[in-house]
Design a protein. Structure first.
Length: 205
């Protein structure tokens, strides 16, 4: 155990991509253009940050940490999150997830990874995911498209995503199968949806 560990805290790892023109939400950009897509993504970032900060105030054991892919300078980071921003070290989402999921508990009691494109995310959703970890080693927030918007754990998940196809309709099912094969029980939290297509954007509006 790390001698500086704080075993009372759960890290809320917010995975974001730097809001750079042409580099975010490419499926949506193909429909509405990169400029409008960038505006949408910045609004989603702001919404996510607001929900994360509010959740940490509701439940002080939740510690938001910003994990950014790409340069940090374009990100409008609230003061509450500015103290602890870390770069994602790999181009691959899978490798970045592996890095943070393989050793929870070394610095905190556990970790919850979330994305930044869920317009219906509320602080209570995040708090629920944390409280589920009080009684279960793994908590999953399902997404309507068959993936997941949040993945929480208090145990190492080394290589758990090796056999899980990401960003597709089978992601959630494959993840649950991989956990069962590892002998790890899990519990589902609230179901949310994200903004990937023009139809998703119209739904949000």
């Amino acid at each position: 155990m790390n001698p500086t560990a704080n075993t009372d805290l759960i890290e809320l790892a917010i995975f974001v991509r730097a809001p750079v023109l042409g580099k975010v939400k490419t499926r949506l950009a193909a429909a509405i253009g990169p400029e409008k897509t960038l505006e949408v993504y910045k609004k989603l970032l702001a919404h996510t940050f607001e929900a994360a900060i509010a959740a940490s105030r509701m439940s002080p054991d939740i510690k938001p940490v910003l994990w950014h892919l790409g340069p940090i300078t374009p990100i409008d980071i609230p003061v509450d999150l500015n103290e602890d921003a870390r770069p994602q070290n790999h181009d691959s989402m899978r490798e970045n997830l592996h890095e943070i999921l393989r050793a929870p508990g070394l610095a905190c009691r556990g970790v919850i990874v979330i994305g930044a494109d869920h317009p219906t995310l509320e602080p209570g959703h995040i708090v629920t995911m944390a409280r589920l970890l009080d009684d279960h080693p793994v908590s999953i927030g399902p997404a309507l498209d068959g993936g997941f918007w949040a993945l929480g754990t208090t145990v190492p998940l080394n290589g758990i995503l090796d056999s899980v196809p990401l960003s597709c309709g089978d992601t959630l099912e494959a993840l649950e199968t991989a956990l069962a094969a590892r002998g790890l029980s899990h519990v589902r939290g609230p179901t949310l949806w994200d903004v990937d297509t023009e139809a998703d954007l119209n739904r949000w509006r």
